[in-house]
Design a protein. Structure first.
Length: 168
């Protein structure tokens, strides 16, 4: 893959506009989407962009796995604060303002950035690990046994399609 050049935020936005075919005068849409993700940039491209950002600031010296994990936990806390005291939140966040949704997109991005960086520093291929985990979950939670249930895999009888313990 071609190495990602040093890009400032405006250049990144312009590149995304070009990739998504958006009109150059429009902002990249990150809120109120249809629930699907853009295909570009991919995980590896984001990792390269973030690595360049870190290198350009000499911050790698602070990015030991423990520090990254603690920073990630802090960002998850900030994300949780956005949902705290709101009660049930509907899909698509129809009751949230655009400002609230934009704030949410920033906090989700912070969590993702730290998660990706932690994966990089631990030498974990995160996309491959995610696919492997989904395959494991398919084995633990076969659709024929778990359809519509929120039970943990250990509560299912492995010999048939019935649950053990209290039914919900």
């Amino acid at each position: 893959m071609e190495e990602i050049k040093s890009l400032n935020n405006q250049e990144l936005t312009n590149n995304l506009k070009t990739e998504t075919g958006d009109d150059a005068k429009k902002e990249v849409k990150v809120i109120d989407t249809d629930g699907t993700f853009s295909s570009h940039p991919n995980f590896e491209e984001i990792r390269q962009i973030q690595s360049k950002f870190i290198k350009d600031r000499n911050w790698d010296q602070y990015h030991q796995p423990r520090n990254l994990l603690l920073a990630l936990v802090g960002e998850v806390g900030e994300l949780a604060e956005l949902f705290q005291w709101r009660g049930e939140v509907k899909e698509g966040l129809p009751d949230w303002t655009n400002e609230d949704k934009e704030h949410l997109s920033q906090e989700l991005s912070d969590v993702f950035i730290y998660l990706l960086r932690l994966s990089e520093k631990c030498h974990i291929d995160l996309p491959a690990a995610v696919l492997k985990k989904i395959a494991l979950n398919e084995q633990k939670y076969p659709a024929s046994k778990v359809w519509g249930s929120k039970k943990k895999y250990s509560e299912y009888d492995s010999s048939d399609n019935t649950c053990t313990g209290n039914e919900q």
